[in-house]
Design a protein around this ligand. Sequence first.
Ligand code: GAP
Length: 487
Amino acid sequence: MSIQQDNRFQAIISHAKEYGFVFQSSEIYDGLSAVYDYGPYGSELKKNIRDYWWKSMTQMHDNIVGIDAAIFMHPTTWKASGHVDNFSDPMIDNKDSKKRYRVDHLIEAKADQLREKGAESEADALIAQMDQLLAAEDFAGLKQLMTDQKIVCSVSGTANWTDIRQFNLMFSTQLGSVAEDADTIYLRPETAQGIFVNFLNVQKTARMKIPFGIAQTGKAFRNEIVARQFIFRMREFEQMEMQFFVRPGTQMEWYNYWKQERLNWHKSLGIPAEKYRYHDHVKLAHYADAALDIEYEFPFGFKEVEGIHSRTDFDLKSHQEYSKKKQQYFDADVDPSTGKPYGNYIPYVVETSIGLDRMFLLVMSHAYDEETLTKEDGSTDSRVVMRIPAKIAPNKLAILPLMKKDGLPEIAKELLEECKPHFKCFYEEKDAIGKRYRRQDAIGTPFCVTIDHQTKEDGTVTIRHRDSMMQERVAMKEVRRIVTEAL
Ligand code: GAP
């Protein structure tokens, strides 16, 4: 990360705290590493992103329904899904600093350094070599690669490394209050399994026909060893996942469909296409026959925000084996090649999986802008403006009476009462108007309306647009329509 990018990232983190978006968890006790709380504006923004995703999945697609499964699941779920045996990362410890690292992160950091020096092709070759070694689970080869690349611990500065080992990322806890009765259960590391184990419940009760999808949002937990970069990698986070059940053999068609559809969703927020790219996986997870990441250019470089995975029939088949309950679907449609119904089969699955917190960080990274303003007399001023897409902004409209007297607050409150059932409004009468505008810019409110003495005479108000700072005089009765249209 260049100094400039690093400064920008640090500024976003500070801004997130100062303006009530994100706080360190349990801050008064010096915090809990890689766990965060969302403040008043953060929780609104997070909810708006979640709602936007939920609506696009369940309302805009006739063949997708939602569920809300529990975080705790029967422990056999995680045996069947492969998480007990396979959900681990290759880790290495530095013997001098006693610091533990994910091997792929160390090598990626080295590749970033090479890129900063302009050695793009060397960096690409390094990543390709790492992917191959990871895919082959060749830990000796990976360690050799680290030695060849002279990768050292950032704390001790030495290359005194242990061997590479796998480390399971699931948190476990005990179910039941008496130790002898207790059963080990896991905090789900992905929401997807809650969808798989409910596949037939949902298909039958909602009378779904293949192809169809099941969507879910909710908390997931991973004991990330190296949790860095603010809310990018957390130990408790939220996922928004959708499993799309398809006829075997059609999975690549749907994989390509969802690859495009999901990128379109990102673009529909007005975030520039050039900030995104696809990254095809070389090392496939134990359940996938194809997988890619949608990456976004964060201040610390292009990184995964969402995964599209063709999960085959791995999960349903495995749940069928472990539960001894059939996970089949009867497809009455006629197969043109045989002239007979497709009949019973275990569906294949294409998954879209996006981290809500990571999407939040994406929105913050996109929105944060330090703008220098040139005034009419030639002098300069500056403002921090959060250019959050209007449809997900925490507040949509700030209603600001110019003064706290002369009946202006009463008129402003009339407008507040009219608008607040339709979108989130903010009312404030304290401080100079310029100061109030700046505060709204800093939390990303797309519109401010000022009620002044002229409002009393002709029923007009000033509406100010956040991004352009353009102000126009409009009839107060038009405000609700203007804001609604912009959303
Ligand atoms: N069900 C598939 C699955 O969980 P994943 O690639 O491990 O796939 C999907 O995770 C998404 O969840 C990622 O693209 C990322 O946005 C988010 N995510 C994963 N681990 C995370 C973490 N530790 N902190 C924040 N978000 C995370």
